[in-house]
Design a protein around this ligand. Sequence first.
Ligand code: 7GP
Length: 834
Amino acid sequence: HAGPHVGPMFPPTHPVANAPVGTPPPTVDGFVREFLHELTSNQGVSLERSTVNDQYLALAQTVRNYLSARWIETQKKQRTTRPKGVAYLSAEYLLGRQLGNNLLATGLIDIAEEAMKQCGLDIAVLRAQEVEPGLGNGGLGRLAACFVDSLATMNVPCIGYGLRYEYGIFRQTFVDGQQVEQPDTWLALGCPWEFAHPEHAIQIDFGGTIETYVDADGVERTRWVPEWNVLGIPYNYMVPGYLNGRVNTLRLWSAEATKAFDLAIFNSGDYAQAVRAQTFAENITKVLYPEDSTPQGKELRLQQQYFFVACSLRDYIERVLGPEFDLHELDSRIIFQLNDTHPVIAVPELMRILVDLKGFDWDEAWAVTKKCFAYTCHTLLPEALEVWPVDLLGRLLPRHLEIIYRINEEFLDEVREAFPGDEMRIRRMSIVAEHPARAVRMAYLATVAGCKVNGVAELHSQLLRDKVLPDFSQLWPEKFTNVTNGVTPRRFLRLANRGLSELISSAIGTGWVTDLERLRELEPYAEDAEFRSAFRDVKTRNKAKLNEVLIARDGIELGQDHMLDVMVKRLHEYKRQTLKLLHIVTLYNEIISGRLDPKTVTPRNFVFGAKAAPGYLMAKQIIHLINAVGSTVNADERVGGVLKIAFPPNYNVTLAEKLIPAADLSEQISLAGMEASGTGNMKFQMNGALTIGTDDGANVEIRRLVGDENFFLFGMSEPEVAELQAKGYDPGTYYESDRRLRGAIDLIGSGHFSGGDRGTFGSIVTNLVTVDRFMALADYASYMDAQERVEKAYADTEEWTRSAVLNVARSGYFSSDRSMRDYIQRIWGTPPAF
Ligand code: 7GP
């Protein structure tokens, strides 16, 4: 740790105590006054004539004013204390709605609610007006949002750098049960949370050639002669800590043309040509790539990546540190955390800045660079590791390609020295792959350049060392570490589940919000019948609220008094939504064929939420099948309403906040060794759902903490999966030998769910029976057994509630505050600033 710090490590303080000088303590009257002022001065309307959007914007503006004073204060302190900070480089931030979170962080929830009431407004309606910024796909982007929340709450200086996509993750709709993507126009009604700074635009170059020249000292040097450029405009967002007066910054970059339009061309009358440059430039931040766990090897994607890291490095070096700063000491002021490989082009960019622009010699520059980056890997799927073709890189970033070649050469020399004569190893470890085409392996570049490499759960970090990067972990064992993911208890417990939060606080006080391990103090309450009953009441109320939301949102009606069984996450074969379907279709088939009396089945609502990458055809077919099974089963009277399937479209953070607090059962059923961590699993546990899951990702750690008796484990372990893989996996044998499984698959294949058309889901069936890459069939029997255990356990209401309370009590480890503490200790070395 660098240097001492004053005061307690993470002091939770009240905002009023921490208010900047001159700010009056907030009162309801003051809030009303400020709100009405915003309405008239900013929206230009009277309360009587205002729309809900006006009211939302004025409310947001009121909160924003309150926060911005603290923001300025934070920055002022930082400029004088000059602490080491974290720059989190991430192509995605899946923030969720801001208003509720910012009200919570400022302690203004009750005051604002009362103030709105005095204006005759319902704050819930205003909050519902906000369109969430969906600037991420799934786990990786949401993790980044949790991390910046935790860092602000823990008083750690951090800038989150990323991209301000004009269109975030697509809005999912269903047409005849099939996914149809709509553009996400999140900025259409105005975004009150951003501060644009066009005056701080940064020029970013692309293309062109490189040339050598002799500098004033007679040294031969290289320089990049780029061909075109764009401007990066910073948009700042406030990231408030919870009740501590700190406000960190999230800085997202937007691309604009260097010249708005070319006046000469414009005057010659070619208007279209004149605006073409602008359109071209603005394309860079037009849209988020909707890929999850699979990279898109598109040129525009590489442009996005370089654009945002180049802006961010320049911003940190020139604007935060300033011209006086000695860049030899860069690591004393910053660590750049690479959120997967998307920002890894920052490595050669920093080298270019130091060598070409600041006159460092190569070794000096490399010594600095190696200390300033750390890399987090979020996947294990080999096809998800980013690789950029050399010809594309050379065309877009010729100087960077050259720098990568040199890094690789020197790295391979180091390998040769450590393992003389092992040419196979050299080929395996080369940053530049030769086959099938010459390409740069970004994960290798990150591993070579990073001072640390981490996976996101214990199992994942182990597999990363042993299976994905074994040669690297052999060469540099000390580089590899683990930081298990976490989630913010502010958004996912305190804000999303007010009922449970109040129940918890009534038992153990409010300290848990910033010190989640204190939930342990709830353990004795698991034995308290009164507490359990209150706990159940909260669940019941959350379910009722969810019902209201689903009816209003989608016209979906869930079964009353049913168990709520939820599987929400991106649609991916490795996550095995089809295994969940096989369970449902089996129950259905057994009922309609008279082998199972529906009266003996525990009534269940099965809720799915999942977006498929638009180009991932199998995933889209699975979505279609879920909807088809849903409408068939829901309409079949023989089922007597005991099985209800709901698939609300457009699963996002906002819906997660409603679904998770209501859930009884959390489905975490990926093939062991495939899910890096999962974070939804943690959110469900924290909200008192029990998990049915495989020994995969962070499930392993969840189960260890809650105990076997409070977790429904099933399926092969990762070593068993590897063994079966090695032996040769044949899904057909499972299909042939298991009557119930065969019945379910045949029912799908028969066209029962597709109006008699066998073709509709034919490829899903064929794939399952002949390929089944993620071994759903191999784990089916075990999954069905585990579901039977779930039914039995759920029948004993008191025992189930006891387990649920213990799940909450033992979820403290999964606070992202703990993850941040681990990053600080194992990777960053950044103490709290003040
Ligand atoms: C996800 C992982 O699939 C998930 O297991 C993990 O919890 C999450 O990251 C956060 O670490 N990965 C992605 O979202 C993703 O897009 C591409 O990975 C590299």
